[in-house]
Design a protein around this ligand. Structure first.
Ligand code: TRP
Length: 333
């Protein structure tokens, strides 16, 4: 039995952070053993919000690739590729666009939330339509499983509807993907904001060194009502405590007890947490150093794009046949 195919990925708009790691990378590392895992670095999608900063995107492609590999993805097991290097995706996006409804895109809650966050009023065609392109990211290679966070569910539901519509019109052509939701809720930002996000500057990055981790935690918010070291604290309202919980149940319990009893102050608590985080990041730092050898990441991405394009060829041949388009010169060679 071939392994089921899974596809997931990131926008290359900056380095990945601890929230990405706990929320998705940990699970990718497990999935690479049970699934044929494709990891897309969605540079075209990143352009929808960062079209005015192309140089940031090209630097981030390498960073995001390194972050994923350093976290434990094995290039011998997975296929990691850059979206713009797989023309099959761009082609499928155009065809899916014929069936995608603008009203559905306008109602998409993730599109709405992002438009608001970026302050967009008059949306570009590319931004409003990126869920169509994301549907192509998933369906061009017949992926059945899409591991994502809950913010991506509207996009996946949209993709499923597009697939059903396509198949209803033209006969069975595309494979309907399914979401695989992660167990870990979103990680809170260091500033207490609901989301750790590079645009809010409230992150611990996977590429941070030990000192950076400590310095960033120094500024993290804790229980605002706790003024003196021996005041009893409330871990349930403390941002720093959410990191303990996400990292290690045992350490989290211990820290909560000491905090409630007023036995451990916030400074000590943060120091201990920095130790826990650094212990997780340490093996990644070592792997990153090896992977930073010139040409290595580029080779992995070249290989990934070639395999992705090869996987997409039969799907696109089916799609063109369903649409009664000429097969095209690509298929003759
Ligand atoms: N939209 C996703 C994000 O912002 C990234 C992404 C692009 C993606 N294409 C995908 C995720 C396909 C899953 C499947 O994080």
């Amino acid at each position: 039995m071939p392994k089921p195919r899974a596809l997931t990925g990131d926008r290359p708009t900056g380095p990945l952070h601890l929230g990405h790691y706990l929320g998705s990378l940990v699970r990718r590392v497990e999935l690479q053993n049970t699934h044929d895992l494709l990891v897309i670095i969605a540079d075209v999608q990143a352009l929808t919000t960062h079209y005015h900063r192309p140089e940031l995107l090209s630097a981030s492609v390498r960073q995001v690739a390194l972050d994923n590999l350093a976290a434990g993805l094995d290039p011998a097991k997975i296929t990691m590729f850059v979206q713009s290097e797989v023309p099959a995706i761009a082609e499928l996006t155009v065809y899916l666009g014929m069936l995608a409804r603008v009203n559905a895109l306008r109602r998409n809650p993730t599109i709405k939330a992002e438009a608001k966050a970026y302050g967009y009023r008059d949306l570009t065609y590319g931004f409003l339509g990126y869920p169509v392109s994301q549907a192509a990211d998933v369906t061009f290679c017949d992926a059945t499983v899409v591991p994502v966070g809950d913010d991506q569910l509207p996009h996946l539901e949209f993709a499923r509807e597009l697939v059903r519509k396509f198949n209803a019109h033209y006969g069975p052509t595309l494979v309907e993907p399914q979401a695989l939701l992660g167990p870990v809720p979103r990680l809170t930002g260091l500033d207490g904001n609901a989301k750790m996000s590079k645009s809010l500057g409230n992150c611990i990055f996977l590429s941070d060194g030990p000192r950076e981790v400590t310095l960033r935690l120094d500024r993290a918010v804790t229980d605002p009502a706790r003024v003196r070291r021996h005041d009893p604290g409330r871990p349930e309202v403390c941002t720093v405590h959410t990191y303990y919980r996400a990292l290690e149940a045992a350490a989290s319990e211990e820290a909560a007890c000491a905090c409630r009893a007023g036995q451990m102050g916030c400074v000590d608590c943060k120091q201990r947490l920095a130790g826990l985080i650094n212990r997780r990041l340490e093996p990644m730092r070592a792997r990153r150093q090896e992977l930073e050898k010139p040409g290595l990441v580029e080779e992995i991405l070249d290989h990934g794009a070639a395999r992705a394009q090869a996987l997409g060829a039969p799907t696109l041949a089916r799609v063109r046949a369903s649409l009664k388009l000429r097969p095209g010169v690509r298929d003759v060679t």
